[in-house]
Design a protein around this ligand. Structure first.
Ligand code: GLN
Length: 187
């Protein structure tokens, strides 16, 4: 079986940890800094970082339009979740609130029950967003304090936390599975 080719948006933020995790899982990881680097990819990860910086740099390099045209599965984590919502790239039918957990608990770790997984996922939240409003097609896979923090909307998987910062590879595996399924549909 050919390894999957997964792009990781690498303009800023936590892209290296995603690249390492993808390689650990046997995928080919490609750092994406220019629009043409999206060509031929099976999927894309948009990492955590600073969403305002992402928005500025994506626009500067023409990556915003290129990501809008990209029609493969996308995994967004933290800032990567923010830039996909209705108020940014507008690709996922939800509204995200930045830095939602407030100053006191800006960063924390918790064991998260995730729909479909038999044991909890250790989730690292760093100045994390939560989901304020979801459209009807959006599937909520995990919540903290009644707020969605892991969702699926068709080919999009979004996490408010950082699955690339722990040794637990299950969410990346879940994403790679959806990439493989999308490849089957395309073939
Ligand atoms: N607070 C950041 C933002 O608003 C997101 C933090 C993160 O990605 N770890 O973009």
């Amino acid at each position: 079986m050919e390894p999957l080719r997964i792009g990781v948006l690498a303009v800023q933020g936590n892209f290296r940890e995603h690249v390492q995790m993808l390689r650990r899982l046997g995928a080919e990881a490609v750092e994406v800094r220019k629009p043409d680097q999206l060509d031929g990819l099976d999927g894309l990860i948009i990492p955590g970082g600073e969403s305002t910086t992402f928005t500025r740099l994506m626009h500067l390099y023409g990556l915003d339009e290129a990501i809008r045209r990209f029609d493969r599965p996308v995994f967004g984590t933290c800032a990567g979740m923010i830039v996909l919502d209705r108020n940014h790239l507008g690709l996922v039918d939800l509204v995200v609130r930045r830095n939602a957990f407030g100053r006191q608990v800006a960063s924390f770790e918790t064991d998260l029950d995730v729909a479909g997984l038999s044991t909890p996922v250790r989730a690292v939240f760093i100045r994390a967003p939560w989901v304020e409003e979801v459209g009807p097609g959006v599937e909520v896979l995990a919540e903290v304090a009644g707020r969605p923090v892991l969702i699926r909307d068709g080919r999009f998987l979004l996490a408010a936390f950082h699955p690339e910062l722990t040794d637990d590879t299950r969410l990346h595996e879940l994403f790679l599975e959806s990439v493989r399924e999308a490849d089957v549909v395309r073939a």
